[in-house]
Design a protein around this ligand. Structure first.
Ligand code: HXC
Length: 268
């Protein structure tokens, strides 16, 4: 679908996207690139990264991939440094890396719970922590452009409760808390805006193919007010709004992009 935004709304900006090799992370990378940004993507799998970088470059986007695991602080530090070395500045950090699997609380081992917390929650904080020195107002390469932006992808699972997703619900709740707290501290101290996006079920993503795709697809019309699954494009457009000057007064917000799903109940 054609973008409703002008092609230069993030022109000249440099974005680092964790989990940028696939799913929502890749779509955000693509749309940021189409709208003028240069893109660094971070992921664990070299083949996935290479394919994503090729697809971005085929669209004329300046893109580079860096292997790394957000669970390792040394990887986070190296990838942030490499992005700065490559492009000379860093404006936007997108935390899109996430882990997920369906399991009952009874069958989930504490290490399984910890693994998802480590990827989603600690990983998000670690990336923010390492990126801070380049995102601050007055940081190297930023000139007079003020502070940068952090965007973290969470979910709506923790607004209520979600079957077989206790680890992900807890992890995404921590991501949202991190977004709000950093918006307060770093918005005040460093002119950095920190916002989140909470997607509903988005078709054609690694997350959806893991989370009972057939059931969700078949029943979606009964539960989603807009009567369809979201598209990765919907999340990328929300990200573009928040990253552009249109979002300059938005800080500490978590934008729900779910067609109203989390509010809805079956008709009776
Ligand atoms: C039960 C599981 C499990 C499963 C792993 N574990 N998979 N437990 N059911 N299916 C447990 C293991 O038994 C182990 O605990 C612990 O988790 C660590 O497992 P590892 O295999 O060593 O972990 P690792 O190789 O690091 O893999 C991490 C992962 C993996 C999370 C398990 O799936 C991953 O990295 N996925 C990334 C891609 C992904 O899922 N993307 C989609 C995100 S979608 P023990 O006790 O045995 O040692 C998303 C949407 C959320 O986030 C919102 C939805 C609406």
């Amino acid at each position: 679908m054609e973008s409703p935004f002008k092609a230069d709304i993030v022109k000249g900006k440099v974005a680092l996207v964790t989990g940028g090799g696939s799913g929502i992370g890749l779509e955000i990378s693509t749309q940021f690139g189409i709208h003028g940004a240069s893109i660094a993507i971070m992921g664990r799998r070299k083949q996935v990264l290479d394919a994503a970088v090729s697809s971005l470059r085929s669209l004329g986007i300046q893109a580079v991939g860096f292997e790394g695991d957000v669970r390792k602080q040394e990887d986070a530090k190296r990838v942030v440094e490499s992005t700065f070395q490559h492009f000379g500045r860093l404006d936007i950090l997108v935390n899109a890396a996430a882990g997920n699997f369906l399991v009952s609380a009874e069958d989930l081992s504490p290490n399984g719970f910890r693994t998802v917390m480590d990827i989603d929650s600690v990983g998000t904080f670690t990336m923010c922590h390492e990126a801070l020195k380049y995102l601050k107002k007055g940081a190297p390469g930023r000139g007079s452009s003020g502070g940068g932006l952090i965007l973290s992808i969470s979910a709506t699972l923790h607004y209520t409760a979600a079957w077989y997703q206790i680890h992900v619900s807890a992890a995404k709740a921590a991501v949202d808390a991190t977004t709000r707290n950093l918006a307060l501290e770093w918005g005040t101290d460093y002119d950095i805006r920190v916002n989140g996006i909470a997607p509903g079920p988005i078709g054609d993503t690694p997350g959806m193919s893991k989370l009972a795709p057939d059931e969700i697809n078949n029943n979606a019309r009964d539960y989603i007010p807009l009567y369809k699954l979201g598209e990765k494009w919907d999340i990328a457009m929300a990200a573009l709004y928040l990253a552009s000057d249109a979002g300059k007064y938005v800080n500490g917000a978590i934008l729900v992009v779910d067609g109203g799903l989390w509010l809805s109940r079956p008709r009776h």
